[in-house]
Design a protein around this ligand. Structure first.
Ligand SMILES: [Zn+2]
Length: 253
């Protein structure tokens, strides 16, 4: 199984967050953390695939963990729900979002429509500082991959796409892209997509080069192909038949 899922909690389990030092923090009270930091810590853990899609985020446990009250935890969870990272049900509580195959297709089509259009339009108009930031993110992803930290490299993909959306100056596109990229990350984890298919980083380099050229048609086409490749890899993993089990060998005395 790829490393992506090997560090995740199994589906349906209850949430335990790691502290910054990597030590399991359940049962340990931290200093009162502000709501923003709680939101950020849970968000980072979800996006780095430390918590599997479908995992229950128990409010009581989170209160203990962060040394805060339910109101603050609930506000953070509701904020995460508005980002699309959490499904929040008033009586059942909060769960890490778990995108279905149909949702993956919808996310793919929505992202292609928004992001290839943006890529085509901003080529030639985008600031040097944005191009530098896109190059910096792609370079950092390559360095992380070389260092063997594929989870972190994949987690940075969302930043690349949201930064590109920000360059459009369209606040609605940015808002929807934050949610859509989060759903892509969760689907990659849920369906255990191999990291090399989840994060074709060289394509980020190529898209940035087309924006820099500037060649809007090329940038739009590369973005479309990139997004279709990533999401089709998710669907392929989702539809892969479960490996057959040799009952005879499992039950051999
Ligand atoms: Zn990408």
């Amino acid at each position: 199984m790829p490393k992506l899922m090997s560090q995740s909690l199994p589906l349906g389990s209850t949430y335990v967050l790691e502290s910054a030092g990597g030590e399991t923090a359940s049962g340990r009270t931290q200093q009162d953390l502000p709501g923003d930091e709680i939101y950020q810590r849970i968000r980072d853990s979800v996006l780095r695939n430390r918590i599997a899609p479908g995992t229950k985020l128990a409010e009581v446990k989170l209160c203990e963990l962060f040394g805060t009250n339910r109101e603050t935890v609930r506000r953070a969870l509701i904020r995460l729900a508005s980002d699309g990272l959490v499904d929040y049900f008033p009586k059942r509580g909060a769960f890490v979002a778990s995108p279905s195959e149909a949702q993956v297709e919808q996310v793919r089509d929505a992202r292609v429509a928004i992001e290839s259009d943006i890529s085509g339009r901003i080529a030639g108009r985008v600031d040097q500082s944005v191009l530098q930031e896109l190059s910096r993110i792609a370079t950092e992803q390559i360095e992380l991959r070389q260092a063997g930290d594929l989870d972190a490299a994949v987690a940075l993909s969302g930043s690349f796409h949201v930064t590109l959306a920000q360059a459009s100056g369209n606040a609605f596109c940015v808002k929807y892209l934050v949610e859509l990229t989060a759903l892509t990350s969760l689907a990659l984890a849920k369906f255990a997509v191999p990291p090399e298919s989840a994060c074709p980083i060289e394509e980020h380099v190529d898209i940035t080069a087309a924006l820099r050229a500037p060649d809007g048609v090329q940038a739009a086409n590369l973005m479309r192909a990139h997004l279709e490749r990533v999401h089709n890899a998710i669907l392929q993993s989702a539809r892969r038949p479960a490996p057959s089990v040799d009952l005879g060998s499992l039950m051999r005395p």
